[in-house]
Write a protein that binds this ligand. Structure first.
Ligand SMILES: [Fe+2]
Length: 214
């Protein structure tokens, strides 16, 4: 189910995004680029037939994805805080059990066939984007390293190098602090890639804001 641009704008109005201040993010002075992160091994080799910005519902399926449904919304901006319109944003992530829909994922946890796993959208005139997805689980990488729940982001614009990063959740502090990939980012900039999910009564969902400065 596609979330239309009009719907995105409506939701942004409901959310009052400029006022959805996140203490973690605002602690960091502006003008920092969002830290880039590795693309990881699970960017799709084959793209699913349904690739819209609602990852909780696969076209023609009779059931929605398992797990808590959340929204991630934000703006893509230049370093001078100018909105970037028509940027393509792709996200990909594991399903609620922590398993990617990817043939190289060795995770034995059962995969949710009703989770879309990857999707894309473009920013509107004011640089806004929105995705509906699920709050996923973490997954083991080695016996003593479990990755925290995270969502991969790729931003593409014509004639620009791809911008790739990962978004984390403030409520996963313990796993975040032990994560070798997140900890590659200097401590004072980590909050730029960590979102806090806040319950939105009108959407009846928790919503995380992620502004991406490229
Ligand atoms: Fe990952």
């Amino acid at each position: 189910m596609m979330i239309s641009r009009r719907e995105v704008l409506r939701q942004i109005k409901i959310l009052g995004i400029p006022y959805l201040a996140l203490p973690l993010v605002t602690m960091v002075k502006e003008y920092y680029s969002t830290p880039q992160q590795t693309r990881g091994p699970f960017y799709p080799l084959k793209f699913p037939l349904d690739g819209d910005n609602d990852l909780t519902w696969v076209k023609d399926h009779q059931k929605s994805a398992l797990g808590e449904k959340i929204m991630i919304v934000g703006q893509v901006l230049t370093l001078n805080d100018q909105p970037i319109k028509d940027a393509k944003i792709e996200i990909w992530q594991a399903c609620s059990s922590g398993h990617y829909n990817h043939e190289y994922d060795p995770n034995q946890a059962p995969i949710d066939p009703h989770f879309q796993g990857w999707g894309w959208t473009t920013t509107d005139q004011k640089g806004y984007y929105a995705f509906k997805t699920i709050k996923l689980g973490g997954y083991p990488v080695t016996n003593n390293w479990k990755r925290p729940p995270h969502i991969h982001f790729k931003i593409s614009q014509p004639d620009e190098k791809e911008f790739i990063t990962q978004l984390y959740f403030a409520e996963e502090q313990e796993l975040n602090q032990q994560d070798k990939i997140l900890q590659r980012i200097p401590e004072n900039l980590q909050s730029l890639v960590i979102t806090k999910l806040i319950k939105n009564e009108s959407l009846n969902m928790r919503v995380g804001q992620f502004n991406i400065r490229v």
